[in-house]
Write a protein that binds this ligand. Structure first.
Ligand code: T4K
Length: 368
């Protein structure tokens, strides 16, 4: 039986990619803001419906750089424990203190109701995550931030192409970050981006991702090397042409899963919100052991024994990892909803290449 993995990378047409590679070989310009890099930023901004975007070599460096660009050098950042560990690591790398706030059961996103209680005189920012591409409650988050004079950086690693009422969610807050990792809906092998809202800020970000250089002989800040090379920018340009078709295929898979799960006692999924264009990057299901008659881990192992490799994103919670578990906000008593979700979740295989046969193999195991 062939393996069915949780995801499959979006690969550009190899012949078209080779043509681009030939151009790169001929030009001998491989990185440092080359032609493809410039073209890619322009095309991405158009596709995503944003004005200012800087591409990076992965999705973690934009998070680190966003905090740098906003001048946040000390204090606390309110965030969610229900995410990939890179979210919290980016706070740590800036010598800021993460403060975990529980999530909403309906979305898995930071619960705005609980943010204000976590604000102290040391709070400088909020870093929410649109987990699985489910948009956060930006209106309430942004209102709280405004009231308390806080910055908001959305980790939108999962929210490529997600729109609310026709507008990109990347327009929210002070900045948003993306990941173009191979496992994502849209990828550049490794890659990422930082979206901001002014030409001056983009300029600053572009300097920060190039070691902090302004011009040839001036370094204005301790920047980093976050530059995307020409090969991956070319790859990214080609993938833009096919990402919508891939999202449509994922949407069809999600519909099939939902139809089946609706009939099964003890399994649930996250309901869609009105007015959202989703990207179907992940399909998390939640296993209520008492009602389903089997634990999450038993179902996960059963799938695995049948060569179906779901993933328990996001278990364990970030707040339980060694570097963070001693923070007062990391206590499970402070995070009951996130703890429950992490204990019950399995992300089912979800990608553009799943066949009817694959889907049926997965469904048959879940049903029986
Ligand atoms: N913020 C959030 C909310 C994030 O989720 C992430 C990353 C970030 C920030 C940071 O962005 P990056 O710096 O990573 O760009 C994966 C990804 O490595 C990571 O990008 C992602 N989130 C996270 C949720 O998942 P793993 O450890 O699960 O990947 P891995 O290697 O186990 O692969 C998962 C599945 O994908 C496997 O079944 C095989 C398949 N696969 C994987 C690769 C690498 C392929 O078919 N081809 C491939 O090339 O972390």
């Amino acid at each position: 039986m062939e393996n069915i993995l949780v995801t499959s990378p979006l690969l550009p047409d190899l012949k078209e990619f080779n043509k681009y590679l030939e151009q790169i070989w001929e030009s001998k310009w491989l990185t440092n803001n080359g032609t493809f890099h410039k073209q890619f930023e322009k095309a991405l901004a158009e596709y995503l419906g944003v004005e200012y975007i800087s591409v990076f070599t992965n999705g973690t460096l934009p998070l680190i750089t966003a905090l740098q660009a906003l001048g946040l050098t000390k204090g606390e950042v309110i965030t969610t424990p229900y995410s990939f560990v890179a979210t919290t690591h980016s706070i740590w790398w800036n010598q800021l203190t993460p403060v975990f706030v529980d999530v909403e059961p309906s979305t898995g996103n930071i619960d705005p109701e609980k943010i204000e209680a976590a604000i102290t005189e040391n709070t400088v920012a909020i870093m929410p995550v649109h987990v699985y591409g489910q948009p956060c409650d930006n209106e309430r988050i942004d209102a709280i931030a405004k009231k308390h004079g806080l910055k908001v950086i959305y980790d939108a690693a999962h929210a490529f192409g997600v729109r609310k009422n026709g507008e990109s969610v990347l327009k929210w807050g002070d900045m948003s970050t993306l990941s173009f990792h191979a496992t994502k809906v849209y990828g550049t092998i490794e890659g990422g981006a930082l979206v901001c809202h002014s030409a001056e800020m983009k300029h600053q970000i572009d300097n920060l991702k190039n070691f902090g250089f302004r011009g040839e002989v001036t370094v204005e800040a301790p920047g980093i090397n976050g530059k995307m090379d020409e090969v991956r920018a070319a790859y990214g340009l080609l993938n833009l042409k096919q990402v919508d078709a891939a999202i449509d295929k994922r949407h069809a898979v999600a519909k099939r899963y939902r139809e089946v799960i609706d009939q099964i006692e003890g399994l649930s999924y996250l309901e869609e919100q009105q007015g959202i264009r989703y990207n179907y990057g992940y399909f998390p299901i939640f296993v209520d052991e008492a009602k389903y008659g089997m634990s999450r881990d038993a179902l996960y192992e059963k799938l695995k024994e049948n060569n179906i490799f779901g993933r328990r994103y996001f278990y364990p919670l970030i707040s339980t990892f060694e570097p963070y578990r001693d923070y007062p906000s990391a206590s499970p008593a402070n995070l009951p909803v996130a703890t429950k979700m992490a204990d019950e979740v399995i992300c089912l295989p979800m990608h553009h290449e799943l066949s009817e046969v694959d889907i049926n193999r997965i469904i048959d195991l879940i049903v029986s």
